[in-house]
Write a protein that binds this ligand. Structure first.
Ligand code: ADP
Length: 496
């Protein structure tokens, strides 16, 4: 494909003028050739007519009398007048003929014999008539050739005189035996030819005018076309330039985005590494605190100390839970969470989680029901601890946010080998505007929820990450004041 850069620049005015000139020249050539042809045809028609008249007139000359008329003194004689009479009659009967005359050759000279101007003159002819024997002094080559070759000759051009123009033709005179004895000349006014040519010339002039207009139109059209083309090329070049510019910018942005992504990833990783390390460092002394507390509880049985130690224990456990959640999340974000797949007896795992939560449900007067569908298999290839973690989180939330009524846990088979778990409650529900942010880390419905129910806002974020690791999905349906149902699907590896 030709690119805009390789194209030579367009000059619409130059191209328009060029197109106009070419059209003008070619058309003029055509008009000129047509004119020449027409002029030639017209002239040939005149020549043909003239020869025809000459041939007819030649039959009116009596060879014998013509032979006798040799001396100037015979001019005006009865023989002379008698010989002239039919020619003059013929002359008078024709239009446009100026002269009819005959001549013979004697030695090297050509001498006139008969001339109709002796008896009949057309207007405009002022010269005196030539007497018999007058020597021809002119140089008309056709007249001489008629004698040299004894053939018909007709001039190939119009002779222009001061008052008139004429064409001449020459016809050989032969007697009954075919002997050549002279030449009959006939001159005819070329007015008729001129008239005919005037029409042809007018047509040629009109054609010339049409050709000029055509050339101007062609030039204008070519100019407009080239100008449109030049504009289109310019636009194309501009678009190409814009595209190049946009591409360059896009590449810059892509590079920048890559840099940012790398930086963000690095920052995220160091944050997670920091959190993981800190959580670990916090967990160890916390265990120490809790173990010491339990030792002290055994030692100091009085009510006041028991109350204080109980407070330390609860606070320590709550702190440990937070530290554990943080550690979990940090490990998952750092991508170091292990998903340990092995055959798991899923029913006992689920049952165990529910049983552990039953006490807190009962303490609040909330019923806790478990329904495991019959088709749920005994064993699944999965990470049982992770499944336990998600279940604990959802059931714990359901109990936590339900004041009265019940929490139901339903377990079914999902897509052949997976599980679908629905944890429904009749609790406080979740307002619509909080739905979007619930699975984000450290996200709770509002600040009062933290004050009233405690928690970190990490449980759902961790559950979502674990469910994703297990190849499943997590979601919920809830309306404020109408309870919630949190559900998740849990994939399992194919059994080997
Ligand atoms: P935490 O429970 O520690 O605050 P979670 O991530 O488990 O953190 O839950 C985030 C928030 O989602 C909760 O604080 C609560 O506002 C809302 N929530 C979760 N489960 C329920 C539920 N069953 N009913 C009503 N609100 C819930």
């Amino acid at each position: 494909m030709q690119t805009a850069r390789q194209r030579s620049p367009i000059s619409p005015i130059r191209d328009g003028v060029l197109a106009g000139v070419v059209v003008f020249l070619v058309s003029c050539l055509g008009v000129w050739l047509t004119y020449e042809r027409a002029a030639e045809a017209q002239f040939r028609a005149v020549q043909g007519e003239l020869l025809q008249l000459g041939r007819t007139a030649a039959t009116l000359v009596d060879p014998d009398i013509h032979e006798q008329l040799r001396d100037t003194s015979q001019t005006g004689s009865a023989a002379h007048l008698g010989a002239l009479e039919p020619l003059v009659a013929f002359h008078k009967a024709t239009q446009h003929v100026i002269y009819l005359y005959t001549a013979r050759r004697t030695g090297d000279t050509i001498q006139f014999v008969l001339g109709t101007d002796y008896l009949y003159r057309v207007s405009g002819d002022e010269l005196p008539a030539d007497p018999i024997g007058t020597v021809y002094a002119g140089q008309d080559p056709f007249f001489r050739q008629a004698f040299d070759r004894a053939t018909e000759q007709v001039a190939d051009h119009v002779v222009q005189e001061r008052h008139r123009s004429y064409v001449s033709a020459y016809v050989p005179l032969r007697d009954a035996s075919g002997r050549f004895y002279g030449v009959l000349g006939i001159d005819m006014v070329a007015d008729d030819f001129e008239d005919r040519m005037r029409g042809v010339r007018l047509a040629a002039q009109l054609s010339g005018l049409a050709v000029t207009v055509l050339a101007i139109i062609a030039g204008f059209v070519a100019y407009r076309f080239r100008r449109a083309q030049a504009r289109a090329w310019q636009k194309e070049a501009e678009h190409a330039e814009q595209l190049r510019h946009a591409l360059a910018r896009a590449q810059e942005f892509a590079l920048l985005a890559e840099q940012h992504a790398t930086e963000a990833e690095r920052a995220n990783r160091s944050k997670s590494e920091f959190l993981a390390m800190m959580s670990h460092e916090l967990r160890t002394p916390m265990h120490g605190v809790l173990a010491t507390t339990s030792l002290l509880q055994e030692k100091h049985k009085d009510a006041a100390n028991q109350r204080l130690l109980g407070l330390i224990e609860r606070s320590g456990n709550s702190l440990l839970r937070i530290i554990n959640e943080l550690l979990d999340l940090a490990q998952m974000e750092a991508g170091v969470t292990r998903f340990h797949v092995q055959p798991v007896a899923v029913r006992p795992v689920i049952q165990d989680v529910v049983d552990l939560q039953r006490a807190s449900a009962q303490a609040k007067g909330v019923a806790l029901a478990l329904d495991i569908a019959a088709e749920v298999p005994e064993q699944l290839a999965t990470d049982g601890e992770r499944l336990r973690q998600v279940l604990t989180n959802l059931i714990g939330n359901a109990i936590k946010f339900t004041e009265r009524g019940q929490v139901t846990v339903q377990v079914r088979v999902h897509e052949d080998r997976g599980l679908r778990v629905d944890v429904g409650d009749t609790g406080i529900g979740i307002p619509l505007d909080a739905h979007d942010r619930l699975f984000r880390s450290f996200s709770q419905v509002d600040a009062s929820s933290r004050r009233r129910f405690g928690g970190t806002g990490l449980g759902l974020a961790i559950s979502q990450k674990l469910v994703t690791l297990a190849g499943g999905e997590i979601g919920f349906d809830s309306a404020e004041g109408e309870g919630s149902t949190f559900w998740f699907t849990w994939g399992s590896a194919p059994e080997s």
